[in-house]
Ligand binder design. Structure first.
Ligand code: CTP
Length: 419
């Protein structure tokens, strides 16, 4: 896999913190002058809340002290398989390669690339690479002629054939004073490439999302209605992002002033009763449903057929409960379907949201806390917590609604029933 051209796509679409949070990254550092950039790389990964374990080859320590990397990564740096101060334990290289989300080798020398291509395992790094079950990304850094030599190019082809991602080096001034291809890209670019490798491009392929969005309007008479402040922005962002991630999307939407998204089946409704009917019809086809609509909980019991005239000082309009669309969907949910609700709360947010998971038979609920500045109705940004029926809790930091949509869908994707 060549990742130079993909680099930055997901880096731009989603803030690092959302994409790298809680990811376990093994950072292999080898004996190249570019090893000095590894310190900044560790710092950026830690800032994005990734867990970082540094593996250095013995030669790498000539260029950057293990102390620096251990301090930045907040973890002991490993170099050899057989540690002097540990007895009875030498299988860390196996455990690391199983538990990590990614092994990234930056910088990777011609020597290490050759070893990886031919299965040598004479250091903690090469042994871990050989045992790794996680994706591996190699970032070559060396002199231009070493990089262009057929031996190195053949070894890189072998690594690509193993499924390793290769981040191509940059052209520029090299440590030898020569100009050519061989420079390790800047740490921010390496982080962008890491994000790209960690993000499956179409994780929702084969899935069918049924989505409700926007407000509902409950008519009082032919000219008046009860509604709420929902603009549909969050729901529409989910619709577009799910389509980009490969899902078929059916959007049941209340009245909003947003453009109709392309490539999506859109069903326009006005009232909660109409939304309920559309959801009931479409639910059997869906593999998962996300209810982002702000449904009016009550509607006038009787809709006046003519405009109500102004008469008395006070007017009482009798209201009755609208159908709870999500509750009804929960009653019909099959074991091969997933149901996700939204909750907008002003107090005791998590307790109320947990109650809704149980009451409506949900798998997850996305909680908006209206007390957080920048979250909720009419804002371009949002900040949410995703609670699972198993008690799991996943926070997404304040970000644009499109970024939050990506964060939500990437969180849900691994739990979706296989299509
Ligand atoms: N919902 C729905 N139909 C309704 C009311 C709510 O489908 N009649 C869905 C919303 O789209 C949301 C979830 O249920 O995904 C929770 O909505 P919310 O208004 O927070 O909860 P309610 O059940 O209405 O409870 P309350 O108003 O008491 O907080």
């Amino acid at each position: 896999m060549r990742i130079a051209s993909l680099m930055g796509r997901f880096f731009c679409a989603c803030p690092l913190k959302i994409m790298l949070q809680d990811k376990f990254i093994l950072l292999g550092i080898t004996g190249s002058i570019a090893a000095y950039k590894a310190a900044e790389l560790v710092r950026l990964l830690k800032k994005a809340d990734a867990k970082v374990q540094v593996l250095m080859t013995p030669d790498a320590e000539r260029f950057i002290p293990a102390l620096t990397l251990g301090t930045l990564s907040e973890s002991e740096v490993y170099s050899t398989v057989f540690s002097e101060h540990e007895t009875g334990s030498w299988t860390k290289h196996i455990a690391l390669g199983i538990s990590a989300d990614l092994l990234v080798i930056a910088p990777a020398t011609a020597q290490t690339i050759a070893k990886l291509a031919h299965g040598f395992c004479d250091s903690m790094l090469t042994a871990t690479a050989l045992a790794a079950r996680c994706p591996v990304m190699v970032c070559p850094a060396m002199d231009h002629d070493m990089y262009e030599h057929p031996a190195t190019q053949n070894n890189l082809s072998i690594l690509r054939s193993y499924g390793y991602a290769v981040l191509e080096p940059e052209h520029g001034e090299l440590a030898s004073g020569l100009i050519g291809k061989g420079r390790l890209p800047e740490p921010a670019q390496v982080v962008a490439a890491i994000t790209s490798v960690l993000t499956p491009k179409q994780p929702l392929l084969g899935q069918h999302l049924l989505l409700t969005a926007g407000p509902t309007r409950e008519a009082i008479d032919p000219v008046r209605y009860i509604s709420n402040h929902s603009t549909g922005t969050m729901g529409y962002a989910i619709a577009e992002t799910a389509r980009e991630m490969g899902a078929k999307v059916t959007l049941v939407t209340g009245p909003v002033s947003l453009p109709k998204p392309n490539g999506i089946e859109v069903i326009e409704i006005t009232s909660a009763a109409e939304m309920n009917q559309a959801v009931q019809e479409k639910l059997p086809e869906a593999t998962f449903m996300v209810a982002a609509a702000a449904v009016a909980d009550y509607a006038p019991a009787v809709v006046a057929s003519q405009k109500l005239k102004k008469k008395e000082e006070e007017l009482t309009v009798a209201l009755q409960k609208t159908p709870d669309i999500l509750y009804n969907a929960g009653l019909k949910k099959r074991p091969d379907q997933m149901l996700v609700g939204f909750a907008l709360e002003t107090h005791d947010a998590e307790a109320h949201a947990q109650g809704k998971i149980a009451r409506k038979n949900l798998d997850f609920i996305v909680l908006n806390d209206l007390t957080v500045p920048g979250a909720g109705f009419g804002t371009a940004t949002n900040q949410v917590v995703i609670l699972g029926k198993d008690g799991s809790r996943h926070e997404l930091p304040l970000a644009s609604k499109k970024e939050i949509a990506a964060g939500i869908l990437h969180h849900l994707a691994p739990f979706l029933p296989k299509p």
